[in-house]
Design a protein around this ligand. Structure first.
Ligand code: HEC
Ligand code: HEC
Ligand code: HEC
Ligand code: HEC
Length: 192
């Protein structure tokens, strides 16, 4: 009885906040292990801490990769041609194309942070998971020192399956996917 009262109060407390506050609350407590949707914060949120050469310049490596241009690609003549074949008039606005060419496709707008933008194309969070609960310095440090398991706050360690969510036959330009080769092309390790 007492427990359910406490739970009700906690629930009302959470509901009374908007999503951004809710995410902050979770972050402060290192996230929950529930499978609630986490917010996509956008690659610009990762940039300040992941751009120095000393730390591996992951942001720069990503920015120079094709992934960062995946939304822009949907405006090209080639995209329009491919789209026309499946009845798509504007690939930049059609779910049939966007689902693999941007972060957080189909996610409710309230889970898209203020720095999120579809122009980022396939951003960090397409592979590493929505960052709403892990992007802060405290959480990132605690993950890297193994104080907490990144998975509990939504950080994904990308594997071959992560790539194959998009690199598969459903892509109109698919011509096979060799994980080792493709991984090398986008590698952005932290210096040991
Ligand atoms: C406030 C700074 C900060 C921000 C913002 C930040 N990170 Fe980090 N991140 C770190 C630090 C510090 C480490 C640990 C680096 C080390 O071990 O030297 C880290 C480690 C990581 C790791 C490796 C984790 C592991 O398993 O050890 C990944 C992946 C990562 N960050 C992805 C991201 C992504 C994606 C974003 C944006 C959504 C992001 N980070 C935003 C500071 C940050
Ligand atoms: C299942 C995921 C997926 C879907 C759906 C998808 N794409 Fe892609 N797209 C990819 C991937 C992955 C690549 C990289 C090349 C490859 O393996 O196909 C790509 C590459 C491209 C390219 C660049 C090709 C090149 O040779 O430079 C264009 C243009 C493109 N897609 C347009 C579209 C259009 C238009 C649609 C919608 C009709 C679409 N894509 C739907 C995943 C997808
Ligand atoms: C296309 C997928 C993809 C995208 C996009 C991507 N990453 Fe990664 N990232 C990976 C893979 C794969 C690894 C290697 C994981 C491993 O070592 O097991 C990795 C590793 C990392 C690491 C850890 C490196 C280490 O040596 O431990 C950091 C930090 C990182 N990524 C940050 C970022 C940031 C920041 C962005 C965006 C600016 C980003 N990644 C975008 C797939 C991606
Ligand atoms: C959310 C969907 C998505 C995920 C997940 C994803 N990719 Fe991609 N990838 C794309 C799209 C779309 C393109 C084409 C971008 C363009 O040309 O504009 C692409 C292009 C690439 C390219 C450039 C292809 C070339 O011919 O140069 C490489 C390499 C690549 N991806 C590797 C990976 C790897 C490795 C992973 C997993 C760690 C991965 N991708 C995960 C969607 C994705």
């Amino acid at each position: 009885m007492k427990t359910s009262l406490v739970l009700t109060v906690v629930a009302l407390f959470l509901i009374s906040f908007n999503v951004k506050d809710h995410v902050v609350t979770l972050t402060e407590e290192y996230g929950s292990t529930g499978d609630e949707q986490r917010a996509f914060v956008g690659a610009d949120k990762c940039k300040p801490c992941h751009m120095s050469e000393k730390k591996g310049a992951q942001y720069k490596s990503w920015k120079e990769s094709k992934h960062a241009g995946a939304f822009a690609t949907l405006a090209t003549d080639k995209a329009k041609e491919l789209g026309a074949k499946v009845g798509v008039t504007n690939p930049q606005e059609d779910a049939k194309c966007l689902k693999c060419h941007i972060d957080g496709f189909g996610v409710d707008a309230k889970f898209l942070g203020e720095k999120y933008k579809k122009e980022d194309g396939v951003g960090c969070e397409s592979c590493h998971g929505a960052g709403g609960d892990y992007w802060t310095k405290q959480v990132m440090t605690d993950i890297s020192t193994k104080k907490i398991d990144g998975a509990t706050v939504g950080l994904v360690k990308p594997v071959e399956e992560t790539c194959k969510k998009c690199h598969n036959e459903e892509s109109p330009t698919f011509a096979g996917f060799n994980f080792e080769e493709m991984h090398k092309k986008i590698a952005h390790p932290m210096p040991k």
